[in-house]
Design a protein. Sequence first.
Lengths: 313, 90, 385
Amino acid sequence: MSQTLVEEAEVVHAPERAEHLIAPGHRACAGCGLLVGARLAADAAGGNVVVTNATGCLEVVTTAFPGSAWRVPWIHSVFGNAAAVASGVKAALRASGRDDIPVIAQAGDGGTADIGMQALSGMLERGDDVLFVLYDNEGYMNTGVQRSGLTPTDAATTTTPAGRLSEGNPHLKKDLLAIVLAHRPVYAATATLAYHKDLQGKMGRAIAARGPRFLHVLVPCPLGWRFKSESTIEVSRLAVLSNLFPLVEYRGGILDKVKRIGAPVPVDDYLRAQDRFKHLFRDERGEVEREFLQSIADENARRLGLPVYRPAA
Amino acid sequence: MTADHGLPAGLVTRPGTSAVYQTAGWRTEIPRFLLAACNGCDRCVAFCPEGIVVRLGKNRYGFDHDYCKGCGICAKECPVDDIVMEVEVR
Amino acid sequence: MRVMEGSEAIAEAVRVAVPKVIAAYPITPQTHVVEDLAKYVADGRLDAEFLTVESEHSAASAVLGASAAGVRTFTATSSQGLLYMSEVVCAIAGMRLPVVMTLANRAISAPLSIWNDHQDSMMLRDSGWVQIFAQTAQEAHDLHLVAYRVAEDTRVQLPVMVCVDGFVLTHAFEPVEPLTEADAAALLPPYEPEVRLDPADPMTFGAYAEPSVYTEARYEVHDAMRVAGDVLTEALDAFAARTGRRYDPWFDRYRMEGAEVALIAMGTSAQTAQLVVDDLRAEGVSAGLIALRTFRPFPAERLAEDLATVERLVVLDRSVSLGAGGIVAGEVRAALHAAGAPTRVIGVIAGLGGRDVSRETIRKAFEAEADGWVDLKHELVGSER
């Protein structure tokens, strides 16, 4: 890292603030993947929306009274109810002649798959006209990196730490997409940051549709996953290239598109990029775990017709 | 205690008001846009968590000094290495 | 005038108030209220969105969202349902949303009980909701319309819980003079909030409060409660002028003139207590009754004023703060103490979990010389505490 003085003439100071639908001045960590995803999604959805938001990082960093980063109508109340609040908002909009306004419910992995599971299922099952967007950073990050139902196997979190007797999270990452698909939503898809045009395209298609819709966005967290703040996008890229997080699109519960990637990378490349998996590289038990994680990636690839990683002979 | 604190009922908050808090003080490094090899791909705009990288013209970008947290994503993701992170001396 | 089930009386009042979004989850003994409303919607007698949500937590959440989006809303629950939705109930008050809820008073588990007492609404007495208690089907009907008027008043902007005794009121048949659409139009202005969820004016609802502002935000809810009392008074005046039915905003006084012993009761047992007062008066006992209508905001000063000359006051509690004692009794004692009143207060806990509050029970309460609980044989049993 060079210790050069900043030469003012070379730094072009932006004369005007870029008008995204999430304003700066929020308190997200430097390099926060969640805010990249949320902003891309918000901009793709446009201003003619109402957003409900669960308690979590996104809500906390953007709405410390009297400052709100949101430039769209937005409501937060409690942790597990983003989907239920959205159902109520949509009903109100319909009842008051504003049915042309889409409603988006947003939550983190906890607010979607754990404490939010019931409300999400209810919204989907009733066929409510709501788009639910999950920002998955694979843990309860806002409260200090605790394990959630979407934390991957073997990830070290503060409630599933690696140790002499532990390889990190002993549980499987809940197959939330399968649960969502069982409700036959009109639209369901996965997306992540590195493929931002794919993310925005999916958001646009989801917003334009009617009925219960779901978008699962993987958002790496430099603090919780333990990587340098500059690597957020790269980590999201590796999640896809390793086949651990394939980018898929479902219409009416049927698989419609799978994003083709180039040559897949070994899961180890993804794991090595984050210190929450560092403990898997110290001994034989770790190696067994890494083989298990590779098998998950391979199974994803086979199921979706994607190239399976083959180590060079 | 009185009820007259000028608080909006239910603390309903106006849009975009977070911008009063300038997060520049968070950073230790600051990007330098070299504007030498830039191909106008817009990735720096897309990937900034603060949303403060701006397209200023063809193959020209800048950023808002008041909010940059110095995360380094723009520099890392630039496909032509046209952005470098430097320690900011203030 | 028509004989109708208490639940139907409530549903009929809600129908003419025209909430645009109803969300509820079934729980005994609230069920008939929401079933009746569902039938009105199905028959086109009520133009509302009716959400059959998957839990009480979601019922409260849906009406929270709908209310913030600027429409009139309704929900109903009891007991465990109220507890399950409690965090959202608190959020609704803190967010100053004028939701109206029927609370069909029912006991709290464990042990499980589907029967009537006041423990459920007592559990949420600190939530910031206005709490009013109905004694009859007519009153339950009338108070629901008034509830909307008070809740939505810009000086108040607080949710209102109309408490009705489960089964005893909800499932009993009584004659009711129903309010008409014209009555509702005259008494209840349309709900047009200044701020709502709408892209035309994108506001943020539910920001978090740092220590520098949280106290003030809570104080404003507390103060809005005080204002709610004034607005309730105005509303009931307007109601009386229109219908001829007059309800005191705070409490009914029954034969309190020169009363040496008085009973305070809430809900349907106050009606039974009137009969006991008549019996006692016929026997030469100068007994009187205070039937408390509004529990939140608590009318401390007014009660103290009215009770200053009463020698012995018995508070009939259909709830208990386990480890402390009767809840209404505790609040009455505090009110009298604050006013320096010399009245002796005795707390009687009766009618828990649907145990009948009979004339015999109430008579024993009037005769109580010490705190106690009423057992199955209507005996007053002192508590160890």
